[in-house]
Design a protein around this ligand. Structure first.
Ligand SMILES: [Zn+2]
Ligand SMILES: [Zn+2]
Length: 279
């Protein structure tokens, strides 16, 4: 059971007492570290797949008629990627909207056939479930290469999502992590983060940011992953990085310059004794 959402990339967890998990107080706010999974590094954000994002709005009672898939995959489908399992209405010309009003629906192309018994193997590539079992352990000498490829892929996805979101509307709930790819949000009343009776579980839709669709998931940057745990006293000297960037760097990748300032690579970290003198 995870106590809170803190993620740390190193042999041992850090010693900062900033756990706000349900039992955090019993440990005087120190974290209870367990081994992480792919999903702790790459936070899964799912949304409903819509055959037609401009069609009928999802109601609370009809929500089970829709598949939940990674929001980025849904964004790509709406932008034109064909995945037989998740058909999508294609139009001859783009929908035109004026504010919230659709002024031109565009003509429909031939409707895709409902999917049946196709080979679902391509979908496995999007799924991190049991990835540890499905992919064999890489050899140590391959790690830097894999790290570099992963770093490059991360940048491609981040830039691609940013571009697609300029063209396709994505909504995010202002109260919880729910994301909806489409112009209007949905009406499933599952918003539980902020229990206000008067909202009746309704999400509060706003335009989503790239970070809400592809969360950077910042972690502390660890200079020596095999060294002693990060010390509270030195906290202000440490930098942060998206978890994927931190994992890739520790595995031997060169990282893009844009992350270097936030990782505080130029700061000289004093030893804890020195820090106590300064403080
Ligand atoms: Zn914690
Ligand atoms: Zn919500």
């Amino acid at each position: 059971m995870n106590e809170c959402s803190e993620v740390h990339v190193a042999q041992t967890g850090h010693n900062f007492r900033d756990c706000f998990g349900p039992n955090g107080r019993e440990r005087r706010s120190s974290h209870a570290w367990v081994k992480g999974s792919v999903n702790d590094v790459l936070v899964p954000i799912e949304s409903y797949h819509l055959f037609d994002p401009f069609g009928r709005r999802i109601k609370h009672d009809t929500r089970f008629e829709y598949d939940r898939i990674p929001a980025i995959v849904e964004l790509c489908i709406q932008a034109g990627v064909d995945i037989p399992e998740y058909p999508s209405r294609r139009r001859t010309n783009p929908i035109r909207m004026l504010g919230k009003r659709v002024i031109d629906r565009g003509g429909n192309l031939e409707e895709p056939k409902p999917w049946r018994f196709a080979d679902p193997s391509s979908l496995n590539d999007f799924d991190t479930y049991r990835a540890f079992e499905r992919f064999s352990r890489p050899s140590l000498s391959d790690l830097p290469k894999i790290a570099q490829e992963t770093m490059a892929a991360y940048e491609i996805v981040k830039k691609g999502v940013r571009k697609l979101m300029r063209k396709y509307t994505v909504k995010a709930c202002g109260y919880c992590t729910e994301v909806h790819v489409g112009p209007w949000g949905h009406n499933a009343k599952l918003c539980g983060e902020f229990k206000h009776q008067w909202r009746d579980g309704k999400h509060g839709w706003q335009d989503a940011t790239v970070d809400e669709v592809f969360p950077p998931n910042y972690v502390w940057h660890v200079r020596d992953p095999n060294g002693p745990p990060l010390a509270s006293a030195l906290r202000r000297y440490y930098g942060k990085a998206p978890a994927v960037v931190e994992v890739c760097m520790q595995a031997g990748a060169q990282i893009p310059d844009e992350y270097k300032p936030m990782m505080r690579l130029d700061i000289i970290i004093p030893d804890p004794e020195e820090a106590r003198m300064i403080a």
